[in-house]
Design a binder for this molecule. Sequence first.
Ligand SMILES: C[S@@+](CC[C@H](N)C(=O)[O-])C[C@H]1O[C@@H](n2cnc3c(N)ncnc32)[C@H](O)[C@@H]1O
Length: 264
Amino acid sequence: MGMEFLAPDAEYDKLAAGILRLTGVDLGAYKQQQMRRRLQAYLSGKGFSSYEHLLQTLQRNPEDVKKLVDYIGINVTEFFRDTKPWQTLKIHILPELLQRSETLSIWSAACATGQEPYSIALTCSELSGLHRVHILATDVDEGALAVAVAAHYTERAVQGIPVELLHRYFSLVGESYVLTTRLRRAIQFMRHNLLADPYPVEVDLIVCRNVLIYLKDVAKDRIIAGFAASLKPGGYLFLGGTEHLDQPRRYGLERSEIHFYRRV
Ligand SMILES: C[S@@+](CC[C@H](N)C(=O)[O-])C[C@H]1O[C@@H](n2cnc3c(N)ncnc32)[C@H](O)[C@@H]1O
């Protein structure tokens, strides 16, 4: 039976302080058990003997720091992840927003390798509204952002896309499905740390899915309050399938369709 090695708290704290110094990413905001398991897997995978050994190496090699942040980012994602709320977005939320304003500002926060903002762009395009939206897509992980900008996806990655959309918006280049330039141009990608950087303002729709689950309550709280301040009155926040707010009113939000909250 495998025994999980867990380094003492002091070592973890020291590594966390080092990573914060080197990257601006505060591991203290993430649920510790999960983060430790992740770091442990990284350590064994790369043959480090301890957190301290890892930290020493990171201090000497900035490139390794980037790799580690990429690794702990847990950037699993899919096009139209969870399917159903994307129908809600298409049928209820976006038509309402497009009726209200001539142009929309949309923010895909923690967008990983791009599948989420591209799903938004595809949906807007299907509603003939792509020219009326500006989509900002951000993540803390630069490796993931580079994949997003390239917009080359494997056959497996495009599985969630309805066939007619796949034909309309992608071309097959070698073994990759490549998104049309029109869709790629609708999105501005940028590195952004939700725990440290200022948030955009006057946003109509924030899509932030499957990142709050990794965070401790206090960090989550700060981020939701930040989102509420970013949204225009009547704007929407779209959360992940297992994420919900117990008391949305505390942030000036109200429950709307399932997984959506409206700024009061
Ligand atoms: C599981 S993925 C979710 C991707 C996509 N939103 C989805 O639901 O399919 C979580 C993403 O959150 C990003 N992330 C983690 N901490 C972050 C932070 N402090 N600021 C910005 N992005 C962060 C990770 O890099 C990763 O790409």
